[in-house]
Design a protein around this ligand. Structure first.
Ligand code: ADP
Ligand code: MG
Length: 660
């Protein structure tokens, strides 16, 4: 059985429209192990075409090529990949080393494709390189080597899987005569070890040292003679103790490692890309934290002030967005009572709203700053401070609404925690002069601080809480009457309260408490803002995806040669795809992490700015946002990496190796 039998092989290339160029015509050849064959012929005669067919890089031909009786024609890609990986080794004129890998890794990569352990890989590759005289070059990059050294690395790569056949297409074409002799000596040693070496050459001298010269012209064999003077040398065992055991495939970890290596080679480009993606990822996280921050705020505000038996009612004000409600007239209160009682009886409730069920409240928001102020002496000086809000203490409040102290009564008042900033920790017990303008009269009253109310928010402005009846008595003293802005209907059971709340939410004239209205206003705002932000974040994610696609696509084009080399040494489509998919995975992972860092930084800044401006920050981070960020960034990068990876996997090895 011959090692290779070529029978009636024709090969044609399509050129132009429907025309074909016949590059090989009826080739018949047999090759045996131990031969050192020189294939000679003019440029364009079909030598490389023949080598590519023998090497299983091209399976589109007519006739038969039998490798140990197995026909290459009509084989599956899977078998051809395996054949290239285990049975043949390629050496090219232009070396075709992978520029970003070290000498050692260029050789070891052929073993990586077989998932050989790291230790075994390093041992085998360095031993082989040492036998080729490259023991001091292991860490170097290809561009730090001479031509002869590069070709020796390429020979080591071809030999590392201990193939039976070495195909060398003009291996000395780029070398000077001294180096040519060295490389030929090595190829001869390989043949003398019992392998079949077929090399293409132009040089008569090279042909002269071979055991056989095959001459090809215009795609036909025109000469085939044995060299009678050929001296077989000693067996040198260039490749030792190679295990021919069934080899495995590229592992996930190795694909990631290769991908990482490549990304590191292009760190600036990849970092800039990740930076871009990270910006969209972090804007998405910020958008989400705004959404949840506003929701938190709203639920806090709404839940802080609930007493299940009390139903707050306000009139819907002209301005929907205004948190300040307008005052109730006695007539309006009567109407409310009637409407509520009708609703209650329609809903089979025995309970009726009477005057004693209605408590009154008053809210004044002093936006102009001219309606209310407090004065006190501090360090011997008289200080006046605007009151931003004046509230009567709602009946819904209980101990949990107080940070410190007690509810206030006659000649007393409570304030929010901003009072600490004005009076210090010992605020309770101190006295203040309160000045309030109401309906054309001015009230001046000295009050004692009895408690500090927890407002959760608004702690950068001063708010005062005072008893309604007490405030009313002060207004009446001045000959005016206090009109309530808020009403509280006190029920006996929660069921009654719920029916009344239902009445309010069905009514277009009434709404719930001040806080509830504030909450509605915020949730309205927050949903508008969230939608706008979501659209912006969505667009920026699409832009990032296109950017990743472009960068990876360009990287595939740049690395055409490398892909060809990997295929020549037996990489399957799958392997090429997993290397490129791993690269998009790394881009996604890195972008996600950088995005999280960006969002933490900008979150900090936003919180600080909002606290300074509003006294609260409507932002809340949730841990799952980070998982979402990583997940989304992986998703968009993997999705945009699919197409370039598929393109790389599909590349024709002959075409890609032909590229200059
Ligand atoms: P050699 O290696 O002997 O210089 P090749 O085998 O590369 O020659 O090419 C043989 C002939 O086939 C040349 O005329 C070349 O132009 C043609 N050829 C090679 N590859 C292709 C291809 N992919 N498409 C069309 N023609 C091709
Ligand atoms: Mg050629």
């Amino acid at each position: 059985m011959s090692e290779i039998e070529i029978k009636n092989v024709f090969k044609s290339y399509p050129v132009g429209n429907k025309e074909e160029f016949v590059a090989l015509k009826d080739i018949n050849l047999t090759f045996e192990k131990g031969e050192l064959v020189a294939v000679v012929g003019e440029s364009g005669s079909g030598k490389s075409t023949l080598m590519n067919l023998i090497g299983g890089l091209d399976s589109q031909f007519e006739g038969d090529i039998l490798i140990e009786s197995v026909n290459l024609r009509g084989q599956t890609d899977k078998m051809l990949d395996k054949y290239r990986k285990n049975k043949v080794g390629f050496v090219f004129q232009s070396f075709n080393l992978i520029p970003h890998l070290s000498v050692l890794d260029n050789v070891a990569v052929a073993l990586t494709l077989s998932n050989v352990s790291e230790k075994e890989k390093v041992e085998k590759a360095s031993a082989l390189l040492a036998r080729l005289g490259l023991e001091k070059m292991l860490k170097r990059k290809p561009n730090q080597l001479s031509g002869g050294q590069k070709q020796r690395v390429a020979i080591a790569r071809a030999l590392i899987n201990d193939p039976d056949i070495i195909l060398a297409d003009e291996p000395t074409g780029a070398l000077d005569s001294g180096t040519t002799a060295q490389i030929l000596e090595i190829l001869k040693e390989i043949a003398d070890d019992g392998k079949l070496v077929i090399m293409v050459t132009h040089s008569e001298k090279v042909a002269a040292i071979s055991s056989r010269v095959v001459q090809i012209s215009d795609g036909k064999i025109v000469g085939d003679r044995k060299n009678e003077n050929y001296q077989k040398g000693e067996t040198s065992e260039l490749v030792k103790n190679s295990s021919k055991a069934e080899k495995q495939h590229l592992s996930f970890a190795s694909a990631i490692k290769l991908a990482f290596h490549n990304m590191w080679t292009n760190k600036v480009k990849n970092f800039l890309m990740a930076f871009g993606v990270a910006i969209s990822i972090s804007s998405m996280i910020l958008m989400l934290s705004f959404g949840s921050g506003l929701t938190d705020y709203v639920t806090n505000v709404a839940s802080d002030y609930t007493n299940p038996l009390v139903v707050p009612v306000s009139k819907v004000s002209e301005n929907m967005m205004s948190p300040v409600s307008s005052a109730w007239t006695d007539e309006e209160i009567e109407n409310l009572k009637t409407e509520m009682n009708t609703y209650l009886s329609n809903n089979n409730q025995d309970f009726r709203v009477e005057d004693e069920n209605i408590e009154r409240g008053f809210t004044m928001i002093n936006i102009s700053g001219s309606l209310a102020s407090v004065s006190f002496s501090k360090d011997g000086e008289e200080v006046t401070q605007n009151l931003f809000c004046l509230y009567t203490t709602p009946p819904t409040y209980n101990e949990t609404n107080l940070i410190e102290g007690d509810f206030s009564g006659q000649s007393e008042a409570m304030f929010n925690s901003y009072l600490y900033e004005l009076l210090g920790e010992e605020a309770i017990g101190q006295t203040l002069l309160v000045t309030v303008s109401y309906g054309g009269v001015v009230i001046e009253e000295t009050v004692t601080v009895t408690g500090i109310v927890d407002t959760s928010v608004f702690d950068q402005i001063l708010c005062m809480y005072i008893d309604y009846d007490y405030l009313n008595s002060l207004v009446v003293e001045q000959g005016e009457e206090l009109q309530p802005t808020d009403l509280y209907v006190v029920t006996d059971t929660e069921q009654q309260a719920n029916v009344l709340k239902e009445f309010i939410s069905n009514s277009s004239n009434y709404s719930g408490s001040m806080e509830e209205r504030l909450a509605n206003m915020f949730s309205e705002m927050s949903s508008t803002i969230s939608i706008a932000l979501a659209i912006i974040a969505g667009i920026s994610l699409i832009v990032s995806a296109i950017m990743i696609l472009t960068v990876l696509y360009m990287s595939v084009s740049e690395r055409t040669k490398e892909i060809g080399v990997l295929k020549a040494i037996g990489a399957r489509r799958k392997d090429i795809r997993s290397i490129f998919v791993s690269e998009s995975f790394l881009v996604g992972l890195f972008s996600g992490i950088v995005g999280i860092i960006f969002s933490l930084i900008s979150y900090g800044i936003f919180v600080a700015v909002f606290n300074a401006l509003l006294g609260f920050a409507p932002l809340a981070l949730r841990w799952f946002y980070f998982a979402l960020a990583i997940g989304l960034s992986l998703l968009i990068s993997m999705l945009s990496g699919l197409y370039p990876a598929a393109k790389a996997a599909k590349m024709d090895p002959v075409e890609s190796l032909r590229r200059e």
